[in-house]
Structure formats: C-alpha cells, structure tokens
Design a binder for this molecule. Structure first.
Ligand code: CO
Length: 438
C-alpha cells in the first residue's frame, strides 16, 4: 500500500461512517475480509484458539485481537485504541418543531462541538433505529439518508450588524435544523419519514412501528483533498475516525505475527462513562475472557503497552500564540506525543521512549505537544484505560486544525505515518518494548 492508497481508503471510510454505528459496521467489514472471526459477547468463548477475532458492543464500539499462540511465560499484548464518536448534533426524542411555516428538527449538542461551522451546511441524517416487527423480538438497524435533508441558515448580517464581532450561539434556540416547509402548519409524522428510509435500506424489515432512534446530523459534503499540492485533507470526524481507520488497516496488514489488540470506544466525547466508553467494562471484560486467570492477566497487562491514539492540535498559522512556544507541532511532520504533568494524557518517559523507538524503527518522524499552562488541557481514553487495567500507556495522535469543527483539517501524510508506526508496533520483533530499570 502507498500513502495515496491510504488517503483514498481513509476518505471513503470517513464518508461511509457518519455515526459510530456505521464506523463499527465498516470496521467489521474490513476485519472480516481479512480473516478476523466475529465473537458474540453473549456466547461462551471457552477454548478460544489462537487466531484473529473481533467483538462489538452496542454496535458502536469494537475490540479486535490477534492471538498467535496459547498463553505462555513472558506473554505481552500490543494494545492500541481510539474512539468512534465525534461531536455533532443529535436528534431529540420528540424533535419536530413548527415555526413560521417551517418544520424544524430539535437537536441536542453531542460532545464539545464547535458550533459556528454548522451554519449554512447541507446536513444529512444517519444513525440507528429500533422497531417492532410483525413477529418475533424487537430489531435494530442502521439508516443513512446520504443526501442533504436539513440546514441551519445563518441570520443575515443586515439583521445582526454586530455578527462579525459579537455573535454568540444559544444552543437551545439558534441551531435548530430546518427540514421542511409546512403545509397548513401540520407537522409530518417523523417516524413515517424514518420508516420510508428504512424500507429503502432494509426492505425486509417488516417493521410495524418505529420504537426509538439514535440519529445524528452530519455534513453531507464529502471529505476532500485541498491545497495546490493536495496537502490538506478536509472533512468531518477525522477526530477520531482517522485513528480508527489507521488502527484497522494496521491490524489487517498481512503477516500478523504478534499478539495485539485494538480497542475502539464510543462516547469519548461525552466523558467515556457508558457500556461502550473507556470508563465502561468492555475492555476489562474481553481481557478477562481471553486470560481468565487474574494473576496471569495482570502479568500480561503490566508487560504490555497501550497506545492511545487521538488527534492533537497542530499550530495554526493565524493563531501561533495559542500554542506553547517550544512545542509547535506541524501538519505532515508525523504523529505527536502528548504529555501533561497533571495526567490528562497518560504518557510518561518510559512509554514515550518506547513510542519514539517504534517511530524510529518505522522511519516515521515524531513531534511533541504540551498545552500552555494558562489554558485547560483536553484528555483522551489513555488515562482512563491506564487507570482501569494498569497497562503502561502513551498518548499520541496526528496533528490537526479546527478540531471538533464540522469540517476539520489534517495533513495528507500524517495518517500514513500513523499507520506505519502502528503496523510496526503490531508486526515487528521489538525487543526494546521492555524497559530495564537500572
Ligand atoms: Co478525539
């Protein structure tokens, strides 16, 4: 695979993954095509043989692993993780609002979305539905309208002369997507609109009624390569589907000779407290089933390394003073090692040293980041995973601009660099993955 192939695959994956459900579905497809077998959390895993497997939870989080041989002394597991969710607008349970002969769809803000860029975009809608079929148990399935179905028009500058200086956004009133023009102010049946789409995407559904939904608006404009030399990739959800894609591609690179695991959590953007989040039990439960003996399991995790992969902030050429003066990561200069004295990132000198050695072996450049002391630092699944299972952890990620915007920007080489570093981590003999204390 060449860097350009990676970019094409990444853009396709992002476009086809408007929600965590779709990201997991597309990841499952790539894993299955490459020989990973599906496991079911509700089934017994007794007698799990060496091989490549994956398991999903809530259809929005996924753990995949490769076991090369039965448990043995000095067993290690090369672990890496990212998150499937991105900040966006989520449809409220009773969403339809009638105002001035317009029908709008009420939304909640999911995660720390940068809201300004949501105005004047062509929005589509995707997510999961549950329904009652004529016979048998409740069912769930995914829909994706793919075409623009709504928009949030800006208020014209003539009606708000201070817009360029002072406009602020009220999350309850100002960002309600406009979806239809009303006839006689009669609200349409929202469930019927969803059922119509379900019939197109899943003709065999036999739904008698839609019971509930998890639906998210997203930018209908596909991701793109931008710049005179196409150095920039723009699109939604690079945070953190770029990392998910790099992990899946690295995990499915042929000749997996090592034991490794990838963890794709949902709900990172809302604090990770859920069945699918990094503060939930998913990873712990999978590890318990692979290594049932608690003392053996502790020995494996304490010998292992977890690479927490999540995008980082490249220095913005218009706002360079927002960065710490000695730590100015740039686009297309490789993954960034993230550090924070207050443990908002889990990296320490041992795990960072190991990651630098991996990048060195993979011939990938590496950069370093700390937040300015006078600004609050973000966090990732890294510290949560490290705390939960005791695995030495390093926080890294590709440089990006406009994080949490509806359209983010990354460099066209950084995903490839990340993929190369992760492939090296999963595939190579790395004697130096241990640190000897002198
Ligand atoms: Co993120």
């Amino acid at each position: 695979m060449q860097p350009t192939d990676f970019v094409q695959g990444l853009l396709k994956y992002i476009q086809n993954s408007p929600t965590p459900f779709h990201a997991v579905k597309n990841s499952e497809e790539i894993l299955s095509l490459n020989g990973f077998q599906r496991l079911d959390e509700t089934a017994s895993w007794q007698g799990l043989q060496p091989g490549a497997y994956y398991v999903t939870r809530n259809r929005s989080s996924l753990i995949a692993f490769n076991l090369t041989h039965s448990p043995h002394p000095n067993q290690t597991l090369r672990m890496a993780g990212a998150h499937t969710d991105s900040p966006c607008l989520k449809v409220k349970p009773q969403p339809l609002i009638s105002s001035q002969s317009c029908i709008q769809i009420g939304v909640e803000v999911y995660g720390g979305a940068l809201l300004n860029p949501w105005f004047d975009r062509d929005l589509s809608l995707a997510g999961r539905l549950t329904w009652k079929p004529q016979l048998g148990p409740m069912q769930s399935g995914l829909i994706d309208f793919k075409r623009p179905v709504a928009l949030i028009p800006s208020l014209a500058i003539h009606l708000d002369r201070e817009a360029n200086n002072k406009r602020s956004i009220n999350k309850q009133n100002d960002i309600i997507p406009l979806a239809l023009l009303a006839h006689n102010d009669i609200k349409p049946d929202f469930h019927a609109l969803l059922k119509e789409q379900l019939d197109i995407e899943c003709p065999a559904n036999q739904a008698t009624s839609i019971l509930d939904f998890d639906l998210f608006f997203y930018d209908a404009q596909p991701p793109a390569q931008v710049g005179f030399n196409k150095e920039f990739l723009t699109g939604a959800r690079f945070d953190n589907l770029l990392s998910c894609y790099a992990l899946i591609e690295a995990a499915t690179r042929p000749a997996a000779l090592q034991d490794f695991m990838i963890v794709l959590n949902d709900n990172e953007e809302t604090g990770s407290v859920s069945t699918t989040g990094a503060q939930g039990s998913f990873l712990q439960s999978v590890l318990e089933r692979i290594y049932p003996d608690p003392s053996y399991r502790s020995r494996v995790t304490s010998r292992s390394l977890f690479i927490s992969v999540d995008n980082a902030h490249a220095v913005h050429p218009n706002f360079p003073t927002q960065h710490e003066g000695n730590h100015l990561p740039k686009l297309n200069r490789g993954p960034i090692l993230k550090k924070n004295a207050n443990q908002r990132y889990a990296s320490n000198s041992v795990t960072s040293g190991l990651f630098k050695l991996i990048c060195d072996k993979a011939e990938v450049p590496v950069q370093e980041f700390v937040m300015r002391n006078d600004m609050a630092c973000g966090s990732t699944i890294g510290p949560l995973t490290a705390a939960a299972i005791g695995v030495p952890t390093v926080d890294i990620g590709v440089p990006s601009l406009a994080m949490h915007s509806i359209r983010e920007t990354v460099g066209n080489l950084d995903g490839w660099y990340l993929f190369e570093a992760l492939s090296c981590f999963f595939q190579e003999e790395l004697e130096q993955l241990r640190c000897q204390d002198i």
